[in-house]
Structures are given as structure tokens and as C-alpha cells.
Write a protein that binds this ligand. Sequence first.
Ligand SMILES: Cc1cc2nc3c(=O)[nH]c(=O)nc-3n(C[C@H](O)[C@H](O)[C@H](O)COP(=O)(O)OP(=O)(O)OC[C@H]3O[C@@H](n4cnc5c(N)ncnc54)[C@H](O)[C@@H]3O)c2cc1C
Ligand code: SF4
Length: 320
Amino acid sequence: MITFPKTVAAAATGARSARVRAGGTDLQELRSTGVVAGDIVDLRDVPGLGGIAEDGVELHVGARVTIAALAVHPVVTQRMPGLAQAAAGLATPQIRSRGTVAGNLLQQVRCWYYRNPHLQCAKKGGATCLARQGDHLFHVAWDNGLCAAPHPSTLAVALQAYDAQVELDDGSRLDIPALLGDGSDPRQTHALPAGRIVTAVHVPLVEEGEHGAYGRAIARARAEWPLIEVVARLRLDRRNRVQEARVVAGAMANRPRELSAVAEALLGQEARDEVLLAAAALAREGARPLPATGYKVKLVAGIVADVLTRARDGAGQEAE
Ligand SMILES: Cc1cc2nc3c(=O)[nH]c(=O)nc-3n(C[C@H](O)[C@H](O)[C@H](O)COP(=O)(O)OP(=O)(O)OC[C@H]3O[C@@H](n4cnc5c(N)ncnc54)[C@H](O)[C@@H]3O)c2cc1C
Ligand code: SF4
């Protein structure tokens, strides 16, 4: 059964016994293959989940705002280029115009064992991770939990880099690491409490003049998940020295990975090419590749250096 609640409270009540549907681009695929079943509570008619507004402190993004709308909002493009480029660069134009901000954060992993309705891996409550013994070419190289599927959300990487918080229907807030959990429980792709819905995402406004960029290493030019993806934020002084730095990467581990060593190595340094390259090399720290994912360890420094360089130079990323 599908219901279309008219209030946030009714949607949250429905979410106790049914799956929440926003754009449906991930949920419907999982339903069509039989990986998930049961009732649906659709957010289409719930008021207050759309729109983007700022109040001088934060940018407030409704949970049902589409990825495409987020990507072109003037505050995002002018003040948060890493977030704007991430939103504009993920998936396809069709998915971005239908998929929502909350749906992107809460989508399921792209692991083909998980998405096969006939297989019962650890994420579905089975005993083991099938990818570890099987085909894990696109899986993690910074192995931090039994589930070896990279976290699928590009917006999670960007929103973590911009210190965003999600708001739930009870008014409580979670930052992105708290929303996603630590990745140690293979059954959880996120840690949204059962029966709760996300109503909004709040992003602290960034001071003018900050630099930022998003980039990804990708196996084909269009409609593909990244092999590695990176968001970098830099604040430079008049002499081009790095005053503040933040670097977060995705597709490396089963949660977005904070590249603190890279950011710390940049602080106080002049943002010359050699400095960015040396700092980017530290992104390899902590790697624990699976037999087929060692290539990600080789890739990571190059893509981090590229994103840092584009952030410094204020260069954009081309979206399809
Ligand atoms: C070819 C292709 C390439 C792609 N590449 C990328 C990529 O590079 N990066 C990336 O991030 N994604 C990628 N995607 C995935 C795509 O971005 C997601 O399918 C989309 O963002 C999901 O949003 P949705 O609104 O359709 O979610 P839905 O399918 O409606 O929902 C997804 C999940 O979120 C839950 N949910 C949704 N809204 C709420 C809410 N408000 N409260 C509580 N729970 C909620 C649902 O219950 C469901 O579990 C790709 C998809 C395709 C087909
Ligand atoms: S990587 Fe995760 S989703 Fe894939 S088989 Fe292993 S436990 Fe299942």
C-alpha cells in the first residue's frame, strides 16, 4: 500500500511501518528487483520539506529539495563551491532533477551482491560479506568494517566537509557522521533512528572569499559512481598562505573519510603546487586495500592534488 500523508507527523508515524519514498530513484530500483518490499509512505504531499532559504547564519535546505536545485542555488554556487560542484557532478541530469537531498544521503550501497535479491550478504543479515571473497573491484581500499561497499552518497562527502546537520521530524539535529554511523555494523548504511524522517539539511554559511572544489576519479565519463571523490575547502591569506583547510573523501571507505593529515600539512604553507602535491600524498595514510582495490591507493593522491589545485585557483568542475 502507498500512502501520501499531509503532515510531517503523519509521515513519521507512517515511517514506523513503511518505507519512506522521496524521489524514488533508489527505492524503486530496489523494489523492482525485489530486494525491498512492503508499504510505502510517499513524501510528495508533505508541506514544509521543500525550498532553500538563508537566515544569515545557516542555509536551510528542505529534505525534498532536488539535487539539481541545490546545485544551482546562488548561495551554494557563490559561497560553497565544493558543495555546488558535488551536487552538479553526481549521477545524471535525470537523476539530479528527481533525486532529493535526503534521499541521496540515505540511499543504499551499490554493491551487486546486496542488489541481487537471491543473495543474503551481511548487510541483509547474512553471515558474511560476499564481496570480500568475490568481485570487489569498486569496493573500499580503506577497510573499516565488515561491509566493504563504499558509502554511496556524494552529498554526504560534501555536506560533511561543510559541517552540515540534518534535522529530523522531532526537531533534533545530527551531523553527517552521526547520521551515517561509524560503519562498524554491516547492516547499517546510515544510522537514522527507525521511524524518523529527515525534514531539512542546515549548512553553516561560509564567509565570502573561501575557496572550494569537488572532483572525482571515474571509470567512464557519464552516469557512473566515482572510484574516489574529494571535496576540499581552503582559506588563503593575501600572501597565498593556507589559513584553514578541510578535505573529505568518498568511495575510499564505507563512510566518508576525513583527510585530516592532508589538511594539517597545508596549514601555514604557501599554496604552491609542490606543497599541494606533498600534502595530497598523505591521503594514502591508513590504506588497507582488498586484493582488487589497491589501485585506489595509487589514485588517491592524484585526485586530491587536482581538487586542491582547482580549489586554490577557483576553477569549477564541468557537469554533464
Ligand atoms: C546511473 C546513476 C549514477 C549515480 N551516481 C551517483 C553518484 O555519483 N553519487 C551519488 O551520491 N549518487 C549517485 N546515484 C544515486 C542517486 O543520487 C540516488 O538514487 C538519489 O540521490 C536518491 O534520492 P531519491 O530522492 O530518489 O531517494 P529515494 O529513492 O526516494 O530514497 C532513498 C532512501 O532514502 C530514504 N529517504 C528519502 N527521503 C527521506 C527522508 N526525508 N527521511 C527519511 N528517509 C528518507 C528512503 O526511505 C530510501 O531508503 C546514481 C544513480 C544512478 C542511477
Ligand atoms: S560489501 Fe556490504 S553489501 Fe556488499 S556483499 Fe559485502 S556486506 Fe553485502
